[in-house]
Write a protein that binds this ligand. Structure first.
Ligand code: ATP
Length: 232
């Protein structure tokens, strides 16, 4: 089966003030549909940089990036933006919900912005299905200020899922949540892989990482299988 995502020897050098600094120095990563991968790494190791390359917010300096059979290593920004909204869903530590809109309206925003015109009934069905998928359909008419952090993050996940992305990218999605709420959120993300979506999760939390199919570690600019947890 063709992998969903394939990174071969991807490099990224930061050229700011001072000497250029290699952040990624030959990252290899293969992710199939329905697979979940956690990426661990110390602060500043380049996890967010890697995720922004995968999500086409940035381009590699070297190496190759394939999405299915398509080589997207050097995609111009206009094409990248179209591909990003068609194929990727994003979940961040902050929820970025609009406070004056209901949960359903927040999720529907992703359809309005990304998929052209959809008949009202179809849009509503998609929104409710996404909210149901993350277990909060009963909160469809609630506004974010009246929701817990975990509920708000699940709205954000529903917003990422409503366009049925092929790849879900989550950068520290439990960073602002307590452990128990974090577990619920990770469960909601993981459920997306049951429908064939690929999931890449960046986290500092080893317990959450261990719920993914594979746990990798970014260290010195390369990805490798994370070492076994000791003493658990
Ligand atoms: N735009 C930028 N300009 C200069 N340096 C940057 C820029 N973006 C990131 N960096 C640096 O690149 C390195 C990697 O950053 P990145 O945010 O990818 O790490 P991270 O592993 O996600 O860290 P954390 O776990 O703290 O979020 C860091 O040293 C950071 O300071």
């Amino acid at each position: 089966m063709t992998p969903l995502i394939q990174l071969n020897g991807v490099t990224k050098t930061l050229k700011g003030q001072g000497a250029p600094r290699d952040i990624l120095s030959g990252v290899d990563l293969t992710v199939h549909g329905g697979e979940s991968v956690a990426i661990l790494g110390r602060s500043g190791s380049g996890k967010s940089t890697l995720l922004s390359l995968i999500g086409l917010f940035d381009r590699p300096d070297g190496g190759q990036y394939l999405l299915g059979h398509r080589d997207i290593t050097r995609l111009p920004e206009r094409k990248a933006a179209a591909l990003r909204s068609a194929e990727f869903g994003f979940v961040f530590q902050r929820f970025f919900l609009l406070k004056h809109l209901t949960a359903a309206q927040n999720v529907a925003m992703a359809l309005v912005n990304g998929q052209g015109w959809l008949p009202r009934r179809k849009r509503r069905a998609k929104v409710m299905a996404a909210l149901e998928q993350v277990g909060i359909a009963h909160l469809a008419k609630q506004r974010p200020p009246r929701m817990s952090g975990g509920e708000q993050q699940r709205v954000a996940i529903a917003r990422a899922l409503v366009r049925e992305p092929r790849v879900l990218l989550a950068d520290e999605p439990t960073g602002a949540l307590d452990t128990e709420t974090g577990r619920l959120v990770i469960g909601a993300l993981h459920a997306a892989t049951e429908r064939g979506c690929g999931l890449i999760l960046v986290t500092h939390d080893r317990e959450h990482a261990d719920r993914m199919g594979r746990v990798l570690q970014l260290d010195n600019g390369v990805l490798a299988p994370a070492t076994e947890r000791v003493g658990v």
